[in-house]
Design a protein around this ligand. Sequence first.
Ligand SMILES: C[S@@+](CC[C@H](N)C(=O)[O-])C[C@H]1O[C@@H](n2cnc3c(N)ncnc32)[C@H](O)[C@@H]1O
Length: 267
Amino acid sequence: MKDKHKVAHFYNRVSKIYDASYQNAYWRLYQKATWDNLRKHLPRDLSSQILDIGGGTGLWAIKIAKTGYCVVLADISRGMLDTAQKKCEAERLLQKISFVECDICDMKAFGDASFDFVLSQGDPISCCGNPRKAIQEIHRVMKPQAKTICSVDNKFGAMHYFLDQGKLDELEHFLRTGWSHWLTEQQEEQFDVKFFSPQEIQNLFIEAGFTVLSIMGKTMIPWRRYPKLLEDTNLFDQICKIEFSLNQEASLLGSASHIEIVAQKNG
Ligand SMILES: C[S@@+](CC[C@H](N)C(=O)[O-])C[C@H]1O[C@@H](n2cnc3c(N)ncnc32)[C@H](O)[C@@H]1O
């Protein structure tokens, strides 16, 4: 199976249970950081054309549509799109969101300079097999001066995975290439994932014709290592305060699990 089919296969299989696996304090913190950043950069004009590529079950498309915009939600997984569509039906948002099955590396469904704002959250760029092509495609479908917010998997934040298992040879390979596998219980679904250093991802955006406006980490502190703190609901606000005081701290960016980049198309 080609990697892109493996990705779609995996996400089709988990599409009905996907949302449930993101309902805990860690992901609430992560999502709050995402929404706070997204809200700041959405275009002022509610008639702006917005694309959510790799939009999955519609978490962000739905939030954006609820604030008044129309959103195109695109994804390589039919299953994820079907789940998103059911949620939109339940929320009476079908007039605000359209659904397109497509690959971020080949968005021929969309013409050049079609969108005022593009988001790609989670890690579609990391999972797509050809991040450079994905970023060039995002650039192509955006209008000049439009903004994009994308998040990717962070290389140095993933080192713990190899260290915890004592896999030093694999760690060396990973640090050299940035490539690893998505670990799923079904062997035939394992696809390659690219992890980036903050500098590498910035360079790819600059090379594609963007100006990088900001870069932040989500989350900067490895909170999942401290489940007792996370599970104490009385501490959530304080945890948010600490995390958000650090999330643009350049010296800590390498330790985040995801890197989020805000960029503007030149021209
Ligand atoms: C971790 S999920 C994130 C979903 C959503 N953006 C969110 O933040 O909730 C990654 C999504 O990227 C999609 N994806 C992965 N590779 C893709 C590709 N080549 N083209 C389009 N979507 C892709 C997956 O199907 C999945 O829905």
